[in-house]
Design a binder for this molecule. Structure first.
Ligand code: SF4
Length: 330
């Protein structure tokens, strides 16, 4: 569902140049870093890059996403990274992608035995989590190719006690999935109804104790349901985040932003706060954020939380009335 594997990877920063990127003042208050691919286990010296990230003065959280195909390579790096994180008091989270059971996952990934490889990695992380990370989850992207098999995956995950999270496959400029949208998106065809029902099911069954996740599923359901889709979720990138690519280019976000400049040419602060970039940033927020359903988290607006809690209250009330009615019918 993306083109990253076909994109030009020449001239990427080595660990020493990456170190100079990390020394930029723009990053001095960064508390949380996500390393996304492509595939992190394809970087032989991933730990060298992580060491530079861990030098950030305010860093508190680090997370990586992997397809889990290269179990030994990934977990060797993870155990080393986890040791470094523990020394620095930084929490380390690993997410492994799983888009279906058996053949469904193989088909989505276009790789033979992808399911066996990914689940073998997941099982090892669960078995020996103390060696690899503070927390983990399994990420499923909902697309045309797995929309009819999500209940099967959800049942499988429950049976295996996998902490699985679902997100909607969307257009993302950084990985050029916007060029493939007709191949995978459930948003523009009849599958939208099935996706809406699935996210409503996940919203309904997620416990109140997991309020953040419940809100996320409700927000995706709500977005799919509306004729003019509207975002309820907050987004750190909209408020204060930044995306850095492997050549030092900066973006206000990975999903919709164009490159705003390169750390090879200018300082991060000069790029981020350049007046014409700030104007571009405002137009991005105005034109794109309200209709974006990337599942980034952030502080939601009070009016959007009210939509969520109102629906929660009405659903509960409807169920109570229904049960009351049943009682009278007995
Ligand atoms: S809401 Fe979407 S478009 Fe806006 S900053 Fe966040 S990810 Fe980017």
């Amino acid at each position: 569902m993306c083109n990253i594997w076909k994109m030009d990877h020449s001239n990427e920063a080595d660990a020493s140049e990456f170190s100079t990127f990390m020394q930029n003042d723009l990053f001095k208050e960064v508390e949380s870093v996500g390393i996304n691919g492509g595939e992190v286990s394809l970087i032989p010296n991933l730990v060298d890059y992580v060491e530079e990230i861990l030098k950030l003065p305010s860093i508190k959280h680090l997370n990586v996403i992997s397809n889990g195909f290269r179990k030994n390579v990934l977990l060797d790096s993870a155990s080393e990274i986890y040791k470094h994180c523990q020394e620095k008091g930084v929490s380390f989270h690993i997410a492994i992608s799983l888009d279906g059971v058996e053949q469904v996952h193989d088909d989505v990934r276009g790789v033979k035995n992808a399911f066996t490889k990914a689940t073998s990695t997941i099982d090892e992380i669960i078995k020996n989590q103390h060696l690899y990370c503070d927390s983990y989850d399994i990420g499923c992207t909902v697309i045309s190719q797995n929309i009819d098999y999500l209940i099967q995956l959800d049942s499988y995950a429950k049976e295996k006690k996998y902490n699985i999270k679902y997100r909607l496959g969307i257009e993302n400029l950084r990985i050029e999935s916007n060029k493939l949208v007709e191949q995978f998106s459930v948003v523009f065809n009849d599958e939208r109804q099935a996706a809406m029902e699935f996210f409503h099911y996940k919203y309904s069954e997620t416990k109140l104790s997991d309020l953040k996740v419940k809100f996320k599923y409700f927000s995706i359901f709500y977005w799919l349901k509306e004729t003019t889709p509207r975002r309820l979720l907050g987004c750190h990138w909209k408020d204060e985040g930044v995306t850095l690519d492997s050549r030092g280019e900066l973006y206000y976000c990975a999903v919709k932003s164009k490159s705003i400049g390169s750390l090879r040419a200018q300082s991060g602060e000069d790029i981020f706060f350049k007046p014409e970039n700030i104007t571009y940033r405002s137009s991005l927020v105005k034109e794109s954020c309200d209709s974006c359903i990337h599942d980034y988290h952030g502080k939601p607006a009070l009016k959007d939380l009210i939509v969520f809690f109102k629906s929660l209250f009405m659903d509960r009330l409807a169920m109570k009335l229904y049960k009351l009615k049943l009682g009278f019918m007995k």
